[in-house]
Design a binder for this molecule. Structure first.
Ligand code: SF4
Length: 279
C-alpha cells in the first residue's frame, strides 16, 4: 500500500506561531490563559492545559492581572480593550488575520459596503466584524451573492481559510449587482498551498483522508475541496476512526490535515495505516 501525504499538511504558520508564543509566555510567567481555544483540536487543547496553558471563554474565568494570549483568529478591538484593562495581554493574532482586520476597517471608513465571505459564528469573522462598527455583512454561501440589492460601491474580503474556487464564485455573484467592486485576496498563502497540495494528492489516489477536529472549520473546508476531486474522501479526527472505513482494500491512500491538526495525530494515522495495512 502506498500512502501519499500532501506537502502542506497540519499546523499552518499562524498556528505554529501562536503555539510558540504561548509556550514562551508560559516559560516566562508560569500559568497563562488563552482567550478561546488556541486551536480547534481537543487532544491538543488538553495537552496545552496540562502544560499550564489554559483556554477560557470569558474574562471572568481569568484571575485578575494574569497573562492572556489572543489566539491566531484575533478578536474585536472592543474585546481587546476589555482584556487590556484587566490583564497582561499578549497578541498572537496571525498577521494574515491582522491584514483582514485592517482592510475591513479601512474599507468601511471609506464609505464602501463591506461584504465578507465567511462564517459569522467563526471567531475570526466575529473579530473582523468588530472592526467594521456594525457595517460589515457576512455571507457564507456563494449562491447568495447574486441576490443582493444593487450597490454602487462595494468591497469584499474572504475568511482566511476559505477555498479559492468558492471565493471566485462569491466574487462572480457580486459582480452581477455592484458597479464598483474592490476585491481583496485575503485567503492566506498557507490555506492556498494546503488546498492546492491536497487537491493534487486527491486526484492521484483511490481513497483520500482529511485529518482534523470535527469542529474545525478549516478542516471541513479542506475536506469539501478534496471531496469535489475524489468522492471517496473521509474526514477523520483520530486514528481510531479508521476502523469505520474500509481502507484496507485500496492500494493508494492520500492524506491531508487541517491547519489545527497536530503532527502527533497525523503521525498516528500514518502509523496505523502502515502497520495494519501490511497485516
Ligand atoms: S490559516 Fe492562515 S490566516 Fe489562519 S492562522 Fe493559519 S496562516 Fe494564519
Amino acid at each position: 500500500m502506498e500512502i501519499l501525504l500532501a506537502r502542506e499538511s497540519g499546523f499552518c504558520f499562524g498556528v505554529r506561531r501562536a503555539v510558540k508564543i504561548a509556550y514562551e509566555a508560559k516559560e516566562k510567567w508560569g500559568q497563562v490563559y488563552t482567550y478561546g481555544e488556541l486551536i480547534h483540536n481537543r487532544q491538543f487543547v488538553d495537552k496545552l492545559e496540562k502544560d499550564g496553558i489554559k483556554a477560557v471563554n470569558s474574562p471572568d474565568e481569568i484571575p485578575s492581572g494574569a497573562v492572556v494570549i489572543i489566539r491566531s483568529h484575533g478578536i474585536s478591538p472592543q474585546e481587546e480593550k476589555i482584556l487590556k484593562s484587566r490583564f497582561k495581554v499578549i497578541d498572537a493574532t496571525c498577521p494574515y488575520v491582522k491584514k483582514s482586520q485592517k482592510i475591513a476597517a479601512k474599507e468601511v471608513r471609506s464609505g464602501k459596503e463591506l461584504v465578507i465571505f465567511g462564517d459569522q459564528t467563526h471567531p475570526e469573522i466575529k473579530g473582523i466584524l468588530g472592526y467594521t462598527q456594525g457595517a460589515g455583512m457576512v455571507i457564507s454561501n456563494p449562491e447568495d451573492t447574486p441576490n443582493l440589492p444593487y450597490s454602487l460601491r462595494r468591497a469584499t474580503i474572504s475568511q482566511t481559510t476559505n477555498d479559492l474556487e468558492e471565493y471566485k464564485k462569491f466574487v462572480g455573484g457580486l459582480l452581477e449587482n455592484t458597479e464598483r467592486l474592490t476585491v481583496h485576496q485575503t485567503i492566506c498563502s498557507s490555506t492556498l498551498e494546503k488546498h492546492r497540495s491536497a487537491r493534487k494528492i486527491a486526484a492521484e489516489v483511490e481513497l483520500m483522508l482529511v485529518i482534523g477536529g470535527k469542529h474545525s472549520s478549516n478542516t471541513r473546508k479542506l475536506y469539501r475541496a478534496c471531496k469535489k476531486i475524489q468522492p471517496n474522501t473521509y474526514h477523520i479526527e483520530t486514528p481510531e476512526e479508521l476502523d469505520l472505513i474500509e481502507w484496507r482494500k485500496y492500494e493508494r491512500i492520500g492524506l491531508s490535515a487541517g491547519a489545527s491538526t497536530p503532527d502527533f495525530i497525523i503521525k498516528a494515522v500514518m502509523e496505523k495505516l502502515k502497520e495494519e495495512g501490511n497485516d
